[in-house]
Design a protein around this ligand. Structure first.
Ligand SMILES: Nc1ncnc2c1ncn2[C@@H]1O[C@H](COP(=O)(O)OP(=O)(O)OP(=O)(O)O)[C@@H](O)[C@H]1O
Length: 384
């Protein structure tokens, strides 16, 4: 890849961005790049600075220091309209007195886009967002999901390749959230848009994003693909934030010595540690085969799996995810174990990861397999 291409693949670059409100530093000297055509989720707990970061990107706030580059141009002090971005907010921000079509076309009209061009873009956006037939309705006559699709259509007709979204699904009920989430992802991929997507919902980020930027208290805690964050959390914070239920963190001192010794990395035995295991990686075994036990405090049947709530002798409580319908009852005592490769060790004081980062697993054979037969199938498929 040439230097020129490398530069072109970065849609947005933030360098040393800081922002304070009074004495409260909300964004702490942050560096971040957004690759073109990716959906990147800014994820983190309430108040960690996600929306502020998005507003700095949009030009709705100015950073105290650092720079914002879009498509290789410094836009740190540029107005929102000069940045060539579209935005979708949780509140939809639709004009109540305008119809769906008028809401979608409003920005184009203001910018003086020719009527025929406006009409064509409107028709395309209505089709992409599945809003045909609703053009004349007012926002009050639409469901929440339809209103959010109008907001999406408005972002699409703007024709910008970068779209910023701030919790666009949080006003929708759980079922609708799932379907609109799927629609947003499909649209983003179809139009090859660069989307920066703010959410505090890790399921949403895991399900939609090419990359997750996990934030806490104004800093980036970890960034990577959803699988990287899930499989190799860099800190106890990442481990406990990602996953539903998240990784279970147990005080290492309260676990049987043999179990502890099987996972603690050499040379780190002096400090207090937490051992993390994902709920699906616990094994329920016969009590006679282990020194590690738990007492059942609840069982939740979820259809495809069961969650078993257990109290551990040291006082920790854990959730075990079982792929079967569990027959365990309250008060049952069960033996527990895990495969050492599925345990993660963190420092108890600052939460940093102590266990080594495993080498990336080899690319599965089916992804590198000879694809000549795929090509040979194409003419046949075309003939059908
Ligand atoms: N205009 C403002 N004036 C003063 N403080 C502000 C302002 N905007 C945001 N803050 C503060 O900055 C911090 C970060 O806010 P921000 O909205 O970026 O967080 P967030 O991660 O998006 O949270 P949420 O998920 O709750 O929206 C919060 O403590 C908030 O109170």
């Amino acid at each position: 890849m040439t230097m020129q291409n490398e530069k072109n693949d970065i849609a947005i670059r933030l360098s040393g961005i800081s922002k304070s409100w009074g004495a409260h530093q909300v964004i702490k000297s942050l560096d971040l790049e957004f690759e073109r055509g990716q959906l990147v989720a800014l994820l983190g707990p309430s108040g960690c600075g996600k929306s502020t970061l998005l507003r700095l990107l949009a030009g709705l706030e100015t950073p105290d220091s650092g720079s914002v580059e879009i498509d290789g141009k410094d836009v740190t002090t540029a107005t929102p309209s000069a940045r060539g971005l579209s935005m979708v907010f949780q509140s939809y921000a639709l004009f109540p007195h305008l119809s769906v079509a008028e809401n979608i076309c409003f920005g184009m009209q203001v910018r003086g886009v020719h009527a025929a061009e406006r009409r064509q873009r409107l028709l395309d956006a209505l089709e992409l967002t599945n809003l045909q037939g609703l053009e004349q309705r007012k926002p009050a006559q639409l469901s929440g999901g339809q209103r959010q699709r109008v907001a999406l259509a408005r972002a699409i007709v703007a024709g910008h390749s970068i779209c910023l979204m701030d919790e666009p699904l949080s006003n929708l009920d759980a079922k609708l959230r799932h379907s609109v989430r799927h629609e947003i992802r499909a649209l983003q991929q179809r139009l090859n848009m660069t989307v920066v997507y703010v959410t505090h919902d890790q399921t949403e980020a895991m399900g939609m994003a090419d990359k997750i930027v996990l934030m806490n208290a104004g800093s980036i805690v970890q960034s990577g693909t959803p699988a990287e964050l899930y499989e190799t959390p860099s800190s106890a914070f990442s481990a406990a934030f990602i996953g539903s239920p998240p990784m279970m963190l147990m005080d290492a001192e309260k676990l049987p010595a043999a179990l502890r010794a099987s996972v603690i990395p050499v040379g780190t035995g002096q400090e207090k540690q937490l051992i993390g295991v994902r709920p699906e990686h616990f094994r329920i075994v016969a009590p006679s085969s282990t020194e590690f036990f738990g007492t059942v405090t609840g069982v939740e049947f979820q259809g495809a799996e069961s969650y078993i709530y257990l109290d551990l002798p040291g006082g920790d409580a854990i959730i075990v995810r079982s792929p079967e319908k569990s027959l365990l009852k309250l008060g049952d005592r069960v033996g527990l174990g895990w495969d050492p490769v599925d345990a993660h060790v963190f420092a108890a004081d600052d939460g940093r990861r102590l266990s080594p980062v495993p080498a990336p697993s080899p690319v599965p054979a089916f992804l590198t397999a000879d694809t000549s037969n795929v090509h040979s199938l194409q003419p046949r498929a075309a003939a059908l």
